[in-house]
Design a protein around this ligand. Structure first.
Ligand code: SF4
Ligand code: SF4
Length: 300
């Protein structure tokens, strides 16, 4: 009987701490199974034997886009891949380096750090998540990702099946873990508006959630704001916390309730909808956009 070809898979990294790719590499117990299930054509962190001109079934991409060169590479990956999966908060939402996205003062902040240096290798640009530029089929959130969610997604996609990740907020897991609520103890916890899946890692250790898994579609935004206001947190404190991992998209969801205005960076089209936090849904055929665009309905 003819052997069924394994799905061709590539792993790529842009601006970030590489924590997601390292999480995958550190899965020593499962790596053999991964190699048996898929044909890895590119994973520079694991091997210099890369084939970066081939068509792929699945591309996993970590990190945000911060240079013109990265943008061209991303477009190339999108063009060659049937399914593109953003892995980690930087790829999905921009990460901490995109915390001020939407404030419109990127060049000023950039010059404050780097001065008037002329960049010869790659032209820098404000940090954006992947789906500002190309269609992202799925998003596995986390800072870093959770290996179980990665294996779940890989297994489903390798079999040509859609991926559905958690839609409930961190609070659900926090309750299942029988933690005492930190919001009720006066802490600024983002559990109610953050995607679950981390097993409420921080509240389990009496630390408030800072939202590193990004926003959830099941968030009770109004209730969170009311609770925080009742506890005398200022709009500025709340916005700064929301920005850390959720960036402009997270802040926009709260803007009306907080009575604040959000701006888009100069030269960028405004997103029509708030970014949906964690991707889920059916895989679509490859497409590559030519310019930044609104988020795909794939992401929740
Ligand atoms: S501690 Fe945070 S995550 Fe846990 S229930 Fe309270 S608000 Fe939700
Ligand atoms: S509790 Fe919040 S900040 Fe902590 S790991 Fe989970 S999502 Fe991230």
């Amino acid at each position: 009987m003819a052997e069924i070809p394994k799905p061709k898979v590539g792993f790529y990294g842009f601006t970030g701490c590489a924590g997601d790719l390292l999480t995958i590499l550190h899965c020593e117990d499962e790596l053999l199974d991964i190699f048996n299930a898929v044909d890895i054509r590119s994973f520079l962190m694991a091997s210099s034997d890369v084939h970066d001109d081939e068509e792929l079934d699945i591309a996993f991409v970590e990190g945000s886009i911060t240079t013109d060169h990265q943008l061209e590479s991303l477009k190339g990956i999108r063009k060659r891949s049937k399914v593109l999966v953003a892995i980690g908060s930087c790829a999905c939402f921009g990460g901490p380096q995109a915390a001020r996205l939407g404030c419109g003062d990127w060049e000023k902040r950039f010059k404050k750090v780097y001065g008037e240096v002329k960049h010869t290798v790659a032209e820098p640009r404000e940090s954006h998540p992947l789906d500002e530029y190309v269609k992202v089929d799925y998003c596995i959130p986390g800072c870093p990702i959770d290996k179980h969610q990665f294996f779940f997604a890989l297994t489903r996609l390798a079999k040509g099946m859609p991926v559905e990740l958690t839609t409930f907020p961190v609070c659900a897991e926090c309750k299942w873990n029988e933690n005492e609520c930190l919001l009720l103890k006066g802490e600024l916890c983002l559990g109610p508006v953050t995607a679950g899946g981390c097993n409420s890692r921080c509240p389990n250790h009496n630390l408030p959630c800072v939202g590193c898994w990004g926003p959830t579609s099941e968030a009770n935004v109004a209730s969170e704001i009311n609770l925080l206001k009742e506890r005398n947190f200022s709009a500025e404190e709340i916005v700064n916390k929301l920005r850390l991992f959720g960036g402009a998209a997270m802040v926009r969801r709260f803007a009306d309730l907080l009575g604040i205005k959000t701006e888009e960076p100069a030269g960028k089209p405004r997103q029509k909808k708030a970014r949906k936090p964690v991707a889920a849904g059916k895989a679509k055929k490859k497409t590559a956009s030519k310019s930044p665009k609104a988020k795909s309905g794939k992401k929740r």
